[in-house]
Design a protein around this ligand. Structure first.
Ligand SMILES: Cc1cc2nc3c(=O)[nH]c(=O)nc-3n(C[C@H](O)[C@H](O)[C@H](O)COP(=O)(O)OP(=O)(O)OC[C@H]3O[C@@H](n4cnc5c(N)ncnc54)[C@H](O)[C@@H]3O)c2cc1C
Length: 416
């Protein structure tokens, strides 16, 4: 949709094929019991420049659609880091030095770590695992447990033992170490489909394009100077193509394009990590101290108070990123465990009226050390790849996906 909007903005008529009945892919709204959920609670940050720009371009209500708050990294009862009201980088330096829940020595070590990374422009001579980087910089137990590891898991959706330190540093550079506004946290007040893809589709249509949901592409073939798109029952022809499939679908759809075999092979090599979101609907408000709160000693990593965020009374979303023991439980058992954890921390709580677990098994690729990702430009003329898995400084995030789409659109308009 980012590619389509960018092309539509330049009055290029585009056709979007979406296999699902609804737009949004891995960031979509899900209706359940007359409640607007998302397939997973998403967080945006101020550093998502392009995502925020496109939302503002297509969504007339963009200003109200996101709840924006200064960074307040809070692990319930254990840890708190707040960005100070000072210009960068003092907001972070002071924030780290005044962390609650870590010794003074640990706080100094964390500030020294950020300074050391700034001195090398957040560029490592060679990629290593996040845990190794933290060890080399003598990060203490509390900082590691309550800040660096949860940040790695939240941002890269990859366990720190195997996560790329270079990508982790890219995230730190553009969020914590940038302007104060870049570290701001944004939570959608509307469901994710209504936040961007829905308004984006309207924008594309109003600029002469079409958006076809329920149209699964079976194959893309080369057709002289252009490309033919085959769905189950229809055949379409275009001058240019942006293939924005999830990586595990790439090789099947491009099987008859031998020039794509290298990119398809890279996509095939990706491994995946899950994200589970457990929705619990309580009959009354659960008293979370902040809308987004970290938990330390159970399965739930983050809990979100949807009542404060978007007025959904008594609704809690608990998020568990990356692989872990929660995957061995049935969905009912998992929901029960999360309910018990919440009751322990904020209870006693009445039994939920309903619960819904959304397990995205392939939520993102595992962002591992030295990972090779296919570029947006391909050996084929006028054929591009978009998606969070394509070459990017960022892990699998909305911003990586959006930037890749914009890059494809820019190459198309540049090539005429
Ligand atoms: C639970 C969860 C939580 C997340 N949390 C965050 C977060 O907090 N912050 C953040 O920045 N990112 C988050 N992410 C990651 C973010 O959602 C993804 O990086 C982003 O949505 C990927 O977009 P994409 O366009 O690359 O891929 P997708 O969203 O996967 O889009 C690919 C599209 O292709 C369609 N498709 C598949 N096959 C075909 C076919 N044959 N023909 C036509 N269409 C087809 C799919 O239906 C899908 O709509 C989260 C992801 C999940 C799953």
């Amino acid at each position: 949709m980012a590619a389509a909007v960018t092309l539509a903005e330049r009055d290029v008529p585009v056709t979007v094929f979406e296999a699902a009945p609804q737009l949004g892919g891995r960031a979509r709204g899900v209706d359940y019991k007359a409640t607007a959920l998302d397939n997973g609670q998403h967080i945006l940050i101020g550093a998502y420049r392009e995502t925020l720009r496109l939302i503002a371009l297509v969504n007339r209500d963009a200003a109200n659609a996101l709840q924006r708050s200064p960074l307040d990294w809070r692990i319930h009862g254990r840890f708190r880091l707040r960005a100070a009201s000072l210009p960068a980088p003092l907001h972070l330096a002071l924030g780290l030095l005044t962390v609650r829940g870590a010794s003074l020595a640990e706080r100094w070590a964390a500030a020294a770590f950020m300074r050391a990374m700034r001195n090398i422009s957040f560029r490592l001579p060679r990629d290593i695992a996040v845990t190794e980087l933290l060890r080399q910089h003598h990060q203490g137990q509390a900082m590691t447990r309550h800040l660096w590891h949860p940040l790695c898991i939240a941002a890269l959706n990859t366990p720190p033992d195997i996560a790329s330190a270079q990508v982790f540093l890219n995230v730190l550079r553009d969020s914590l170490d940038a302007q104060r506004a870049d570290s701001e946290v944004m939570l959608a007040r509307v469901d994710l489909s209504a936040l961007f893809p829905g308004p984006a589709a309207e924008y594309v249509r109003s600029h002469g394009g079409q958006v076809l949901t329920g149209h699964s592409v079976d194959a893309i073939t080369c057709n002289g100077d252009g490309y033919a798109v085959q769905t189950r029952s229809q055949h379409f022809e275009f001058t240019h193509a942006v293939c924005a499939l999830p990586p595990h679908r790439l090789s099947a759809v491009t099987a008859s394009l031998p020039e794509m075999s290298h990119s398809a092979a890279l996509a095939e090599c990706l491994q995946y990590q899950p994200i589970y979101t457990v929705y619990l609907q309580y009959p009354q408000r659960v008293p979370l101290p902040v809308p987004m709160l970290g938990l330390d000693d159970g399965l739930a990593q983050w809990v979100f108070d949807r009542e404060t965020i978007n007025g959904q009374k008594g609704l809690i979303a608990a998020v568990i990123s990356a692989e872990g023991p929660h995957q061995d439980l049935t969905q009912d058992d998992l929901a029960q465990r999360i309910h018990e954890e919440l009751s322990r921390q904020f209870g006693p709580l009445p039994a939920p009226l309903w619960q819904r677990v959304i397990a995205e098994k392939r939520a993102t690729f595992a962002c591992t050390v030295d990972l090779q990702r296919p570029p947006q430009r391909t050996p084929l003329k006028h054929f591009f790849l978009a998606g969070d898995y394509t070459e990017s400084e960022y892990p699998a995030t909305l911003e990586a996906a959006v930037r890749s789409g914009i890059a494809c659109a820019q190459q198309i308009t540049a090539s005429g």
